[in-house]
Design a protein around this ligand. Sequence first.
Ligand code: NDP
Ligand code: HSE
Length: 447
Amino acid sequence: MTRAIRIGLLGRGVVGEGILRLLADHEASIARRLGCPIEVRRVVGRDRSKAPSPRVDPARLSFDPEDVLADEAIDIVVEVIGGLEPAGDYVRRALEAGKSVVTANKALLAERGHELIELSEERGVDLYFEAAVAGGIPVIRVLREALASDTVTRLYGIVNGTSNYILSRMREEGLDFDEALRQAQAKGYAEADPTLDVGGGDAAHKLTILATLAFGAKLAPDAVATEGIAQVGAIDIAMAERFGYVIKPLAVAEERRDGALSLRVHPALVEAGSVLASVSGALNVVVLHGAMNGPCMLSGYGAGALPTAMSVVSDIVDVGRNLVMGASGRVPQRAWRSEHLEARRVAASGQHECRWYLRFSVLDRPGILARISGVLGAFDVSIEQMVQQGRARDSDAAVQIVMLTHEAREANLTAALREIELLSGVVEPVRALRIERVEDQPADELG
Ligand code: NDP
Ligand code: HSE
């Protein structure tokens, strides 16, 4: 057996503690796989009042990141602090010092991943990030290695555990949004800033990373058209169900016929009988459509201490294997050799075509329905089904009209809704949600 692989752990929050537990519980089996033990040489936190982990020798605990970055004996820096800074600075300095890095930080990778990965390649070290996308699901490895001979044409799924947890609890237990978010935070699923979860930013970071690996494209998160789940109300969940759908927080990346990539994060209706509809709580799912392989579906926990720690520690083992063999860079970190990554055109968001769920809050006056459908028709948006939720007679309360449309171009729909919201009798902004085709969509029907 060779000497231990020595790690320095930056961050001792939900994921940091999970890593320490996993390393302790699986110490022997990991050493048997790796050929040597993993030694936690230093754990760095920020809050001195927080009780030290029972799994760490108190002499190893520090509050100064320099104790990791400047320690020449440390082979791998494990960054689970989160956010762009100071985490980004620590990662850069670790790589510059010739240390490999394992991180779960999708925000950092989506914003600065290209620069940091290129730095790691220059220095001949590894920067691994399996835990950054979909927690315990090994989707990065699948894209890097298992699908190396295929061409991904479309990928989609649920990649934010917090949003999925919130919508699931609202649907299954009737919780309100705020209470469901509080529960997700208590379970350790949410980001330090949960608006990243519910606003779609976290999923956009993950989709940027996935699409980079899937399409060999140099992408940034501003390429992703992003909508959060805050606009989804209990009434939408119930109405969707009435039409045979479930509302899920989706991330979708697809190559259109015109060669542009379409990248979207938004809540959408999926058929109640689909596999996606059954992926509930903090579970995530990613479907990768290969030109040769067809659909490949991966599901598991996308958030939480232990699934995330599992991915981080598997990366540590992988990097450790490279160190043991004196190798690095055999498998490109972004799945494609850096010199062959391309700048790809991204489709403008208004070009997307799909069916829509529309909810209008209106005063129940004669002619309102005709005016709404007239505007939709003028913009080439055709109604497929409709229901009106009744009102108490003689009440002035608004009624809800819900329509499902045939396929309509997003730009047309947006223009129509802008006009409809100006009609007298329409009392609230229209709720518009996409209806996404899942599982059964052949790649050649796109764009
Ligand atoms: P937490 O907020 O629970 O933990 C963050 C840790 O970083 C805390 O221990 C905090 O210390 C420490 N920290 C913050 N700033 C500094 C600093 N300047 N110097 C040293 N330590 C610092 O976050 P999570 O563990 O949930 O997430 C960590 C990372 O993992 C994030 O990038 C997140 O996106 C990612 N991730 C999280 C998942 C999850 O399910 N939670 C799943 C997948 C990825 P202190 O407590 O002392 O303030
Ligand atoms: N906040 C993230 C989520 C953690 O809820 O999915 C996992 O990346």
